[in-house]
Design a protein around this ligand. Structure first.
Ligand code: NAD
Ligand code: UFG
Length: 340
């Protein structure tokens, strides 16, 4: 079965393509490479012995999308493409609304023309804002987002939900990711942020490998186990498997399907630092700094709905996440940069 994967050269998309190929799907990737490298295709091929078809282009280019759809018998779309840096979204809101919102609308319009009626969208736990209670269920209120990136995810969710109500024969799946981390266990594919990492795990990994001097821990006065922020870190391979489970369980069933993809467990910043130290056998220098504006104290997923309806559950541990991140980072200290 041919599945269009937008943003398939990126961090989550590339791992998902590997798992899709292993499961017998044929991913067709489109990506404009604004945040990824061509060499990812070689890595997918080396791991699976299959080189996925790749079209370089932008999801906002409707004639490009029409062309891709016309060349294949695409049955479903997994839509990863978008911009994701929270801080950058504050300084460049139009770029975020254009890529994430306009891009999604152009994609759905092209799908309509091509008669493809199944979309799985990369949403985020950010749509829940600062949750009243944890674990966060899919029924928790959404929309109290604190930055343009989060609002773009909320807006696309709203557009897709409204669209589904007008076209109830479609399968629309919204997957709300918690905090994706980790890398392929081979050490050949992983997260490769441009410039200073925004997120905790790539920052710790770059400190461990010597690219950064120390980690800034943003706040130690939250009402949590040790005062640092608590998040639900999920291994990218579990997340990839979650997409396959969604594709198999609901991707061909008309409906609006909404799932959290998380582990159901929270870990603090200092717990993650400690786990990474154990994985890499080095101490990770850090300093306690003021809170980062817009951060919340704690956030973890209720996972029962995905377990029951998708038959999917995250199985990889924090030890797996840190070990796999370290294998990738230590084998590729500069990420993909020196290799493309
Ligand atoms: P990523 O940046 O590694 O991958 C996104 C890919 O999309 C990149 O390869 C990029 O080149 C491509 N892209 C961006 N804009 C495009 C456009 N207009 N046309 C074509 N290609 C385009 O990010 P990721 O971490 O793999 O995230 C994938 C999706 O999951 C994103 O939508 C992101 O917002 C969402 N998400 C990510 C996280 C996270 O922490 N990584 C958490 C929640 C949700
Ligand atoms: N943190 C630090 N130092 C750093 C980076 C992060 O102490 O250098 C802390 C943060 O304060 C927070 C925790 O580590 O307590 C996790 O921060 P991340 O930036 O890794 O992740 P967030 O939970 O802030 O946000 C991530 C993605 C968003 C997504 C959200 C929910 O960046 O895109 O998860 O899925 F929306």
């Amino acid at each position: 079965m041919e599945v269009l994967v937008t943003g398939g050269m990126g961090y989550i998309g590339s791992h998902t393509c590997v798992q899709m190929i292993e499961a017998g799907f044929t991913p067709i990737i489109i990506d404009n490479l604004c945040n990824s490298k061509f060499v990812v295709l070689d890595r997918i091929e080396a791991l699976t012995q299959v080189r996925p078809l790749f079209y370089q282009g932008d999801i906002r280019d409707e004639s490009f999308l029409d062309h891709v759809f016309s060349q294949h018998n695409i049955q479903a779309v997994i839509h990863f493409a978008g911009l994701k840096a929270v801080g950058e979204s504050v300084s460049q809101p139009l770029a975020y609304y254009d890529n994430n919102v306009t891009g999604s609308l152009v994609l759905v319009r092209a799908m309509c023309k091509a008669g493809v009626k199944s979309i799985i969208f990369s949403s985020s736990a950010t749509v829940y804002g600062d949750p009243e209670r944890v674990p966060i269920t899919e029924e928790s209120p959404i929309g109290a987002t604190t930055n343009p990136y989060g609002r773009s995810k909320f807006m696309v969710e709203a557009c897709l939900s409204d669209f589904f109500h007008a076209q109830p024969d479609w399968s629309v799946t919204l997957l709300r990711y918690f905090n994706p981390v980790g890398a392929h266990p081979s050490g050949t594919m992983g997260e490769d942020p441009n410039g200073l990492p925004n997120n905790l795990m790539p920052f710790i990994a770059q400190v461990a490998v010597g690219r950064r001097e120390k980690l800034s821990v943003f706040g130690q006065d939250y009402p949590t186990v040790d005062g640092t922020g608590v998040r639900d870190y999920i291994h990218v391979m579990d997340l990839a498997d979650g997409h396959l489970a969604a594709l198999n369980a609901v991707g061909r069933q008309a409906g609006l399907h909404i799932y959290n993809l998380g582990t159901g467990n929270g870990a603090s910043v200092l717990e993650m630092v400690d786990a990474f130290s154990k994985a890499c056998g080095k101490s990770i220098p850090y300093e306690i700094c003021p809170r980062r504006p817009g951060d919340i104290a704690r956030c973890w997923a209720a996972t029962a709905k995905a377990e029951k309806e998708l038959g999917w559950k995250a199985t990889r541990t924090i030890a797996d996440m840190t070990a796999d991140t370290w294998r990738w980072q230590s084998h590729h200290p500069q990420g993909y940069q020196s290799e493309s």
